[in-house]
Design a binder for this molecule. Structure first.
Ligand code: DX5
Ligand code: ZN
Length: 219
């Protein structure tokens, strides 16, 4: 079944521990952790100390989405902070093969994220070596933006490539995902939905439950 990865970027940081416990109990599969450096993306979010401080609040997969330049510099630090899965942007890695190899050699899962305008062809030689592709369905940098409709075609095309090659690579979709468009994104081929605003605005417990219900109905 597909999975839900609430993005804590939209959570109330003053209550982060409680927010995480709530979504986990409601059925969240991953905790999506958006790290922004103010260089690759305009905004700055948070880094290792925050991740470390919430690690013992949750047994969920810590899914760390690095929106930072030259992520190689910090891979070990993020592992030590508690990451289970590290996703790097193809646009930030001069030596993408080296970076994903380094992530896997630390015993973690490796994901590669693509900005909306970055073509799937960049994955041609790396797809066999990774666990997940993150399709950005907004330009990264902020929560609360609208889903770019052409992302659906990109998800469908990637799904076909993965199936044709017989690979076990998850497709994660991030940006503007909500309860109204979740079904068509899943039908296009997404395995993991990231949702920030759609989980944390209003009642996060019932929002998670409603996402899970949509996923359950598509099984
Ligand atoms: C955007 C981040 C997303 C963001 C999603 O740069 O990578 O994970 O938190 O937020 P929503 O779901 O509000 O679009
Ligand atoms: Zn993200």
């Amino acid at each position: 079944m597909s999975k839900l990865a609430p993005s804590i970027l939209s959570a109330d940081f003053s209550q982060l521990g409680t927010e995480i416990e709530k979504i986990e109990q409601a059925g969240a599969d991953y905790i999506h952790i958006d790290v922004m450096d103010g260089m690759f993306v305009p905004s700055i979010s948070f880094g290792m100390p925050i991740i470390k401080s919430i690690r013992n609040k949750s047994k969920c997969v810590f899914d760390v989405h690095l929106m930072i330049e030259s992520p190689d510099r910090y891979l070990r630090d993020f592992k030590e902070a508690g990451a289970d899965l590290i996703t790097v942007h193809a646009e930030t890695c001069t030596h993408l093969d080296r970076t994903v190899t380094a992530i896997r050699e630390m015993g973690l899962k490796a994901g590669v994220a693509l900005n909306p305008a970055t073509p799937l062809s960049i994955l041609e030689y790396i797809l066999e070596k990774i666990d997940m592709v993150l399709i950005m369905s907004v330009n990264p940098g902020f929560g609360g933006q609208s889903f770019l409709p052409y992302s659906l075609k990109k998800i469908q095309e990637l799904k076909q490539i993965i199936l044709n090659r017989g690979l076990n690579v998850d497709i994660q979709v991030d940006g503007g995902v909500n309860l109204l468009n979740a079904k068509e994104i899943l039908e296009a081929g997404a395995d993991i939905l990231v949702a920030g605003t759609a989980v944390f605005s209003g009642d996060s417990i019932s929002n998670v439950e409603r996402f899970k219900e949509i996923m359950e109905n598509l099984r």
